[in-house]
Design a protein around this ligand. Structure first.
Ligand SMILES: N[C@@H](CCC(=O)N[C@@H](CS)C(=O)NCC(=O)O)C(=O)O
Length: 206
């Protein structure tokens, strides 16, 4: 039995997309807004599943795992597919891009700059983000997908970190359009990823 905790309007979307891409049957517990209430049933349940109190959490036949990328790589390893090529170099690159997305893009300080009303900090963060995104754009100049010619967990993990299904194919809460910053390879790739059936389906999930 697979059960995924977390609303699709959160980082849990990354793991919902992984379950969908693998074609697995799973139960979805869309924990979200109620988590803001410290005494809610959802908050108490989530704290008992993940000591960090965050979604997503995956339950698999009694086994618990949290952190979106760990969940996705666990799913990749457990349910073998063409999204998880067998050779160690492809897998190394999938790990490389997955860690890159979390450490270089999903940054707490950028989230804080976004929430502040300091226009200078926001501009600085947007400029820094564009420079970081240009690394991805450069990598995509010579190939259609991250490790090579077909969609894998590298594309899934990076694209779902950049753009949740409810973000209309744009980049995160800022709704950045990479083509407006001249990141044309990234723009084409992101469009290719976010127009997949999985993204389209998950966009309508709670
Ligand atoms: N690095 C974690 C981040 C998880 C995270 O921050 N989740 C947020 C939702 S986007 C959350 O659970 N927020 C509710 C809370 O912390 O109470 C991951 O990728 O799984």
């Amino acid at each position: 039995m697979l059960k995924l905790y977390g609303t699709s309007k959160s980082r849990a979307a990354r793991s919902i997309l992984a379950l969908e891409e693998l074609g697995l049957a799973y139960e979805h517990a869309p924990f979200g807004k109620e988590l803001r209430e410290p005494n809610s049933e959802q908050r108490k349940r989530l704290n008992s599943l993940n000591p960090n109190g965050h979604v997503p959490v995956l339950e698999h036949d009694g086994f618990l795992i949290w952190e979106s990328m760990a969940i996705n790589l666990y799913l990749a390893e457990t349910f073998q597919s063409i999204l998880w090529p067998a050779d160690s170099r492809s897998r190394g690159q999938i790990l490389q891009w997955s860690f890159w997305a979390q450490t270089e893009m999903d940054r707490k300080d950028w989230g804080s700059a976004h929430r502040s009303d300091d226009a200078g900090a926001l501009r600085e963060m947007t400029d820094a983000k564009t420079i970081t995104l240009s690394i991805l754009d450069h990598a995509l100049a010579s190939r259609n997908y991250l490790p090579g010619d077909s969609f894998t967990f590298a594309d899934l993990n990076v694209a779902s970190t950049l753009s949740q299904p409810n973000e209309d194919g744009k980049i995160d809460w800022q709704r950045l359009d990479p083509s407006e910053s001249g990141l044309v390879h990234l723009a084409t790739w992101l469009q290719r990823c976010t127009s997949r059936d999985s993204w389209q389906r998950v966009a309508s999930y709670e």
